[in-house]
Design a protein around this ligand. Structure first.
Ligand SMILES: Nc1ncnc2c1ncn2[C@@H]1O[C@H](COP(=O)(O)OP(=O)(O)OP(=O)(O)O)[C@@H](O)[C@H]1O
Ligand SMILES: [Mg+2]
Length: 168
């Protein structure tokens, strides 16, 4: 499913909504350029999971850990400054990628392709479309759980005309 987010608040709300459909033990990878909205989306997921403390970007800390109810955890990782798999292993990334009682979001998963569990990784993609417009691609496995749930304000389906391929 391909969505358009028209504002930061809409991306937050989408993260919050999708959080309700994630399962513990699941790793979600967030693909997309600098400023595409990965951290904004993660903040929304955190809110949806009940995190009330401020959710800051883990770019410099690499990982932020948030305690949820019932001894569950939310891990927010940012691999941007991690050069390779060795560096990731050195800080103990496996503890975050293979945690049954946690939901783990990974920004810049392209840095550590060989370490990601295959499956269950849910890959999401965020892309710049215009100034405040972002295209967000959600895997079918997650999209199918939305059923008839109304999309948050400021989130629309990408018009089909833009996804169908045009004849040469
Ligand atoms: N529709 C939108 N959704 C999300 N963010 C938006 C949107 N429109 C504008 N923005 C702005 O884009 C920026 C997104 O920043 P964010 O830190 O979430 O990006 P990122 O993908 O995490 O980047 P990085 O790779 O540097 O970690 C914010 O400044 C936010 O206000
Ligand atoms: Mg970020």
């Amino acid at each position: 499913m391909i969505l358009l987010s028209h504002s930061e608040d809409a991306t937050l709300a989408l993260g919050s909504l999708l959080a309700k459909h994630l399962s513990f033990g699941q790793v979600v990878t967030l693909h997309g350029d600098l400023g595409a909205g990965k951290t904004v989306f993660s903040r929304g997921v955190a809110r949806g999971l009940g995190v009330t403390e401020p959710v800051t970007s883990p770019t410099f800390t690499v990982v932020q850990e948030y305690r949820l109810a019932d001894h569950k955890m939310f891990f927010h990782l940012d691999m941007y400054r991690i050069d390779n798999e060795q560096a990731a292993l050195a800080f103990g990334i496996e503890d975050f990628l293979f945690a049954n009682d946690a939901i783990t979001l990974v920004e810049w998963p392209e840095r550590i392709p060989k370490l990601l569990p295959v499956p269950p990784v849910l890959p999401l993609r965020l892309e710049h479309a215009d100034h405040d417009l972002r295209q967000i691609t959600i895997p079918d496995e997650l999209a199918s759980k939305l059923h008839d749930t109304p999309l948050p304000d400021g989130i629309t389906l990408l018009p089909l005309t833009q996804t169908s391929s045009q004849p040469e």
